[in-house]
Ligand binder design. Structure first.
Ligand code: ATP
Ligand code: MG
Length: 309
């Protein structure tokens, strides 16, 4: 449904998006993840025909974003970083207006607007002036305008920014629900958001794709190391020294609290050292309070990837 091929964007000779390629299948929710300034918004602006790429091509439902921008615009709902709201309009009249320019026929408009209002929890404020709404409510109106035309593709730039925790939760379930009938790209730098809502993740840093996989796949494919967490009744320095001597151990971080030390042991991949560690600790006569394998979280993967760069 969405095809991005070797897209680059340069500002004054500086490439802020550098040879990005990815595809999104119909019904998929793609998380576009990256730190500030990575190029997320820039890529989304290219996909939504807001500005052209310097190099490369992008197609939405088979239509080139540059050559056939009208066809593309007809098929997408876009929530920009700063939603384009008319502050002097009421929520109701604004959404009606957007539905009209999105080509929703007049007999269907009321139902579509009602649906968007319900999905974004805007019932209480539908007759209020947008300019006087709080930031979170404005964000919800932005989301409502993106979905009101019932587009095939939704491009959401940080959809949960500025929302309260309960609303974040609701918007995430809303997006998950949308994923069934729509194709969605959302950008975020919040990792739990990606694991909770997305079927696939593209991680970008400095304008380049550094990884793409399912959230679970990313956590698994992690090349680095396996980790074992230990809690031992012994001084941290002694524990560290003994464990570092074990073959397969790459590094040990140990912290002491009273009589007890907690350690995080980095092991070579595939070397399950749990038995050896347990034996060593018992042989030393130390009390072993806890020992467990820790799988890398998406957060570890992310930090690892962007710091490698
Ligand atoms: N109009 C512009 N002129 C020059 N540089 C720009 C312009 N717009 C964006 N940039 C630069 O492009 C880079 C990528 O910006 P972009 O807004 O795409 O990042 P982002 O991933 O969306 O970041 P954030 O998480 O902060 O929203 C940044 O270094 C930014 O300064
Ligand atoms: Mg951005």
């Amino acid at each position: 449904m969405i095809e991005v091929e070797h897209v680059s964007k340069a500002y004054g000779g500086r490439k802020v998006v550098d040879d990005i390629s990815f595809r999104v299948k119909k019904g998929e929710i793609l998380g576009f993840l990256g730190p500030n300034g990575a190029g997320k918004t820039t890529t989304m602006r290219i996909l939504t025909c807001y500005m052209p790429a310097t190099e490369g091509t992008a197609r939405i439902a088979g239509h080139d974003v540059f050559e056939e921008s009208l066809e593309v615009r007809r098929r997408i709902g876009y929530l920009p970083e700063n939603p384009p709201l008319y502050p002097e309009m009421t929520v109701d009249s604004y959404l009606n207006f957007v539905a009209r320019i999105k080509g929703v026929r007049s007999n269907a408009r009321k139902a579509r607007v009602g649906d968007a209002i319900e999905k974004c929890n805007l019932g209480d404020v539908r007759r209020r002036i947008i300019g006087r709404l709080s930031k979170g409510y404005k964000q919800r109106v932005g989301l409502a305008q993106a979905i009101v035309g019932n587009p095939e593709v939704l491009i959401l730039d940080e959809p949960t920014i500025g929302l309260d925790p309960r609303q974040i939760h609701e918007v995430r379930s809303l997006i998950k629900g949308l994923g069934e009938a729509h194709t969605v790209i959302l950008s975020t730098h919040i990792l739990p958001e990606v694991s909770m809502t997305c079927s696939r993740v593209v991680i970008i840093n400095n304008g380049k794709v550094v990884a793409q996989d399912t959230p679970e796949g990313l956590a698994h494919q992690m090349k680095g190391a396996e980790r074992i967490s230990l809690t031992v009744e012994a001084p941290a320095a002694a524990v560290r020294e003994k464990i570092l001597a074990i073959d397969g151990v790459l590094d040990v971080h140990a912290e002491e609290k009273g009589e007890v030390s907690t350690c995080s042991v980095e092991c070579r991949l595939g070397s399950d050292l749990r038995r050896i560690l347990a034996r060593q600790i018992v042989d030393e006569g130390w009390g072993l309070l806890e020992l467990r394998a820790v799988s890398m979280s998406l957060e570890d993967v992310f930090i690892n990837l962007i710091t490698q760069e």
